[in-house]
Design a protein around this ligand. Structure first.
Ligand code: SF4
Length: 450
């Protein structure tokens, strides 16, 4: 009887791609895949481990699985991913009930690990985190019609608060051809929206071709039939070139949405973070992008509470967000991570104060989002349908301004004359035209515009 395996994917979209690759390898090896833990013989928890909150979530998930194992429901629990890579044998020492710990350099060996643990062996595997990125097939887990495509692995930047380079290795671009082939496969599987991710997509090609190749890669993606939206995440500010700006502006398939994490705006804090580009540089870049790309929606991420951040530095960040009205912004309280330069910096900010500053920015941002949503009322735009409510009465989806998992949604009320709404030609993974009529908790409500 075939053994049944589950994969739990935690953390970011890049980790999700690795989970999807492991799912494909596991099924190709003849195991059955299961979504319910209670149906599984073994589970792989693909962990995140770059900040305290992510570590706690991963440990809680592993403990839950270990509990199921102690009840005899599961035979084996495997810890994979960033937490496994970061702590290696220490994780096994802390959690001896685990059957395996698999680092980020060993996703490709997941099947041999499963074979071993299901035959009762405890094992650890920490492959080369600087080895070329995995080129394997995937089982998609995003909403139908949309998929992430990871164009490179690792990171060559050295932000002072970040452990990712030590977990994911140096920057390694995948080849143009392998990426175009993967995008073709995704399009043939019904994917209409490609979401381009890496730790830093703007650096794509430098290591492999000696020059930036992102614009060329985007042209290859947009030449593929079936791909209608290409969305860009994780751009590093000082690597946004004029060639890239022009490609985003004039390539009709690239949605006018750019995710550019700035982390802060104050010169002193940016320097302490070891970020390239100062506050003036970022202000000029955002002004230029707004001028050169009509209808642009900007997303960014900021960290508050880095050691040395006083009220003035924090206020400068708030003033910048008020003035530049970034439509989408994620805010993270600084998390002191051992092994990073920032960990030993003087001038620590109390964790409660960091949390408080993060809450102030969330409030500020929700007012900006509401203000921006107001400007969209009465406008008509395309929405990629993602699903229906349980009654099939209302469907929801995303506009070009909404990235999955991090931004809002558009809820679509359906004209009464559509008989069976679910099969009224409004399939998940298709585009419809919607006119915005109302706002609810930061999300838009709209009517189908036939
Ligand atoms: S760009 Fe900076 S924050 Fe992002 S993964 Fe690289 S080192 Fe970490």
């Amino acid at each position: 009887m075939k053994q049944k395996i589950g994969v739990i994917s935690l953390g970011c979209a890049k980790n999700q791609v690795n989970s999807e690759q492991m799912l494909a390898l596991i099924r190709e090896a003849g195991y059955e895949l299961r979504a319910e833990l209670t149906d599984c013989d073994a589970v792989v928890v693909n962990t995140c481990g770059f900040v305290e909150s992510a570590k706690s979530e991963a440990i809680a998930e592993l403990l839950e699985c270990i509990e199921l194992k102690s009840q005899g429901t599961l035979k084996a629990v495997i810890a994979a991913g960033c937490l496994a890579e970061r702590y290696k044998h220490e994780l096994l020492t802390e959690m001896p009930e685990l059957d395996a710990v698999v680092g980020t350099g060993s996703y490709g060996e997941i099947v041999s690990v499963i074979d071993k643990v299901l035959s009762g062996e405890q094992t650890e595997l920490y492959g080369d985190i600087n080895a070329p990125a995995e080129e394997t097939s995937r089982i998609l887990t995003s909403a139908h019609g949309s998929a992430y495509i990871k164009i490179a692995e690792g990171c060559d930047n050295r932000c002072a608060y970040c452990v990712i380079p030590s977990i994911r290795g140096k920057y390694r671009s995948r080849t143009l051809d392998s990426l175009a082939a993967e995008a073709e496969t995704l399009a043939n599987a019904g994917v209409k929206e490609l979401i381009v991710v890496a730790q830093d997509i703007t650096r794509y090609g430098l290591d492999l071709y000696g020059e930036r190749k992102l614009p060329e890669l985007l042209r290859r993606f947009s030449a593929i039939d079936g791909i209608e939206w290409i969305r860009l995440h994780y751009l590093y500010p000082d690597e946004v070139t004029d060639a890239l700006i022009a490609e985003v502006r004039y390539n009709p398939k690239i949605v006018k949405y750019l995710d550019i994490p700035i982390q802060h705006i104050n010169d002193g804090i940016l320097k302490a973070m070891n970020r390239r580009g100062d506050g003036e540089f970022i202000r000029k870049l955002f002004t230029k992008l707004r001028a050169e790309i009509p209808g642009l929606v900007l997303r960014t991420s900021v960290i508050v509470g880095l050691p040395g951040e006083g009220n003035d530095e924090f206020e400068e960040l708030c003033e910048f967000l008020r003035e530049y009205k970034i439509e989408r912004a994620g805010v993270f309280p600084y998390s002191p991570e051992e092994g990073t330069p920032a960990f030993d910096m003087p001038g620590a900010v109390h964790a409660e104060l960091s949390e408080h500053r993060a809450a102030l920015i969330e409030e500020l941002q929700s007012r900006i989002i509401d203000g921006w949503n107001e400007t969209r009322l009465g406008t008509t735009f395309s929405v990629l349908i993602e699903g229906y409510d349980e009654w099939g009465e209302c469907c929801y989806g995303r506009s070009y301004a909404d990235s999955p998992d991090v931004d809002g949604k558009v809820y679509i009320s359906m004209p009464n004359d559509i008989e069976n709404k679910k099969s009224g030609g409004l399939d998940v993974g298709t585009f419809v035209s919607v006119t915005a009529t109302d706002i609810l908790d930061g999300d838009l409500i709209g009517e189908l515009t036939l």
